[in-house]
Design a protein around this ligand. Structure first.
Ligand code: DON
Length: 307
């Protein structure tokens, strides 16, 4: 597809969806997230040949929340290798992102790395590998995207720390099965910080190019993870990236992707592009209502679903 056509298509879909009634709600169980204006709507695409397209509020930073779970997974997979899967599984949970339910019968092994339970275990793995987890994880993100401005939001991290009772319960529950090796307060503090990372759609579509481009190297000419690891992370995104709505996303959009309660979604077309969408109002499953709608129209109009 020609460059001009991509820009034309996203502009058309953007104007059609902008005025659709949004039946979603901005997340406020983390109080600081509730202060974001619900009208924000941005889209940005970065292709593996570095062509870019954007529309709306694509340069405004927002809380990427669970989207950061892809980054922690990538670093933990790099450091721990296949042993990682002894601590966390790769099956869709079919349950809400913060559910405790399956952990009991699954002996404290979370179903996948994208539900909160799984991401907390991944944080624990990273703490075992890194001397200064917060600093070193941030350095990994900055190098991956050649962007030294990336940062955590102290406000959001503290806001979640004050109200994250479910995550406190999850971490303690998993520890009771022996699948958290470090101090729970340290693990939770790290988890709250990684969720508070802020990025714009433009920054998101760039940082995740390593999953769209099998030959990706950082500006320092380093490979991030192996080709096989890239494929496997995409597979987990396709099957587990939207919690109990992962099937619906694969069905309607047909790309691997991952959402966050800040209203962001990233989606990958392997060997093609990364697209990031942001609209803060979430549907009942915790995924951006307009974000999903946009991506559904986008893959339909461009015929670029992976199927
Ligand atoms: O742990 C939480 O509840 C949040 N920090 C992240 C949840 C999230 O983004 C789920 N996504 N759709």
């Amino acid at each position: 597809m020609q460059i001009k056509e991509y820009q034309k298509i996203i502009t058309e879909i953007y104007s059609n969806i902008k005025n659709v009634e949004d039946i979603g709600k901005v997340a406020n169980y983390i109080p600081e997230l509730g202060s974001v204006s619900a009208d924000n709507f941005g889209i940005h695409i970065t292709k593996i040949n570095n062509e870019t397209f954007g529309i709306g509020n694509f340069e405004e930073k927002f809380s990427i929340q669970s989207i950061s779970k892809i980054l922690t997974l990538a670093l933990a997979y790099k450091l721990e290798g296949e042993k990682l899967w002894q601590r966390v599984d790769v099956e869709p949970s079919g349950n809400p992102f913060n559910s405790l339910q399956q952990l009991e019968s699954d002996n404290g092994i979370p179903r996948n790395p994208f539900i909160n339970a799984g991401a907390i275990v991944v944080c624990d793995v990273l703490i075992s590998h890194l001397e200064n987890p917060k600093e070193e994880f941030l350095a990994f993100c900055r190098e991956l995207s050649n962007n030294a401005t990336l940062n955590y939001s102290e406000k959001v991290a503290k806001s979640e720390k004050n109200t994250g009772f479910r995550n406190v319960a999850l971490c303690n529950f998993i520890k009771s099965f022996g699948n958290i090796k470090n101090n729970v307060d340290k693990v939770l503090d790290f988890y709250f910080y990684i969720c508070s990372l802020e990025m714009s759609c433009k920054e998101l579509s760039k940082i995740f190019l390593f999953l769209a481009d099998n030959n990706f190297k950082t500006h320092k000419e380093k490979r991030v993870i192996t080709k096989s690891q890239v494929k496997r992370i995409n597979a987990i995104m396709l099957t587990c990236g939207f919690y109990d709505e992962s099937g619906e996303f694969a069905f309607r959009v047909g790309l691997s992707g991952k959402s966050g309660v800040g209203g962001g979604i990233v989606a990958i077309h392997p060997n093609g592009f990364c697209i990031a969408v942001w609209s803060p109002k979430l549907n009942k499953k915790g995924n951006s209502y307009k974000g999903m709608l946009f991506l559904e129209h986008f893959t339909t109009k461009t015929a670029c679903s992976i199927f």
